[in-house]
Design a binder for this molecule. Structure first.
Ligand code: ZN
Length: 228
């Protein structure tokens, strides 16, 4: 944070309201969070020796690497919930900054936010993944490619579904917009940005579409949090 900004609006924890040094989340809150360790570098599921797991070897997802900041637990659950359902847009900045601190951005040429369906965006007024990606783009100085991927199917809420039903539900849910596909020209290595990663089915479908419709070779899946 800029010194002037700090002086005018001193940082304050959005959960406990106490004054903080840098971020809008106190050290005690950050101390409750766990970064996945001993996980597969491709899908972020637990894996012996942190090697590529058996599932990824047998049937690799369309994305090549996963980077997440933390497991999806309190207080992150509240930050994401308040962002999505209580219009706490400032949380997007905080979530992006928490993720940015942990990322290896080597070779990533561009960011793409996981889209939500236009109907849902209309209801909510914004796409939380886009807000996070926009901030990341600024902090990391990596361009954000917009409007290239669309969510074409309005799928019901995924939260209650099994992994298999989720994957099935998402087939043909995303498409590369032909009018904007030229924005992918010259790109080989991109990162998808979402707020929370669950089974990776969404990341897989979007990565698959991108690889099918462009010269992109490497797709990373970035999310602030991963469900355990
Ligand atoms: Zn894996």
């Amino acid at each position: 944070m800029h010194w002037l900004e700090k002086w005018v609006i001193p940082p304050r924890c959005v959960i406990t309201q106490e004054a903080t040094l840098e971020r809008d989340l106190s050290e005690s809150q950050i101390g409750q969070l766990f970064t996945p360790v001993g996980v597969c570098p491709q899908c972020c599921e637990p894996s012996f020796g942190a090697k590529v797991c058996g599932a990824c070897l047998a049937q690799p997802p369309a994305f090549d690497r996963t980077q997440v900041a933390y497991y999806f637990e309190a207080p992150l659950t509240q930050l994401v919930y308040d962002l999505k359902y209580h219009q706490q847009h400032a949380n997007a900045r905080l979530l992006a900054d928490l993720l940015a601190e942990q990322l290896d951005v080597t070779e990533v040429q561009a960011l793409i936010a996981i889209p939500i369906h236009p109907l849902r965006r209309k209801q909510r007024g914004f796409n939380q993944a886009w807000l996070i990606a926009k901030r990341l783009s600024k902090v990391l100085n990596i361009p954000l490619i917009e409007k290239v991927v669309e969510r074409v199917a309005h799928t019901p809420s995924q939260t209650q579904l099994t992994a298999k039903a989720r994957a099935q539900n998402l087939k043909k849910a995303f498409a590369v917009h032909p009018a904007h596909a030229q924005r992918l020209h010259g790109l080989q290595h991109v990162a998808l940005v979402d707020d929370v990663m669950t089974t990776g089915a969404t990341m897989h479908e979007v990565a698959k579409q991108l690889k099918q419709h462009s010269a992109i070779k490497v797709v990373e899946a970035w999310a602030v949090a991963k469900t355990e």
